[in-house]
Design a protein. Sequence first.
Length: 169
Amino acid sequence: MGSLFCFMYIWNMNHTKSYTLTEATKKMERYCAYQERCHKEVVEKLKRMNMIPEAIDQILGHLIQENFLNEERFAKAFARGKFSIKKWGTNRIIRELKFRDISAYNIKSALVEIQNEDYLKTFDELAKKRLGQIKETNSFKKKKKLADYLLYRGWESHLVYEKANELIK
């Protein structure tokens, strides 16, 4: 079994699909049109396609020029989506955008997409829903479980501890 795997791995290494510049560009246009992408995702995909650095730069330039790739648009869509669908707080959104090498300007621009009133309402609903799921009877452990959950999701610590103390006496 081991030698068969080794043979298959070597065969796959030597028979990777190669792309012309035009093919790779079209493939990346479709990739970016499907959903918003950041530069880092596109570069990683092109590297996996074994494109050389000069080709990557050329394709990236084309995608930006033709508006297939726009980091500010990506950051805004990312922030809106993660907040409304996954109920992430700003700390988690910021951390994830930084991980994707998004500039501070674009991160700030993205966070403006989240209305403060919606932010606090979502936080309150999420905290109450999670509290209802916690089966712990010890109030200190219950507070800790609620706080850990909300902090992991990126909500600000002052909001989390204030809410935990408000909901659990």
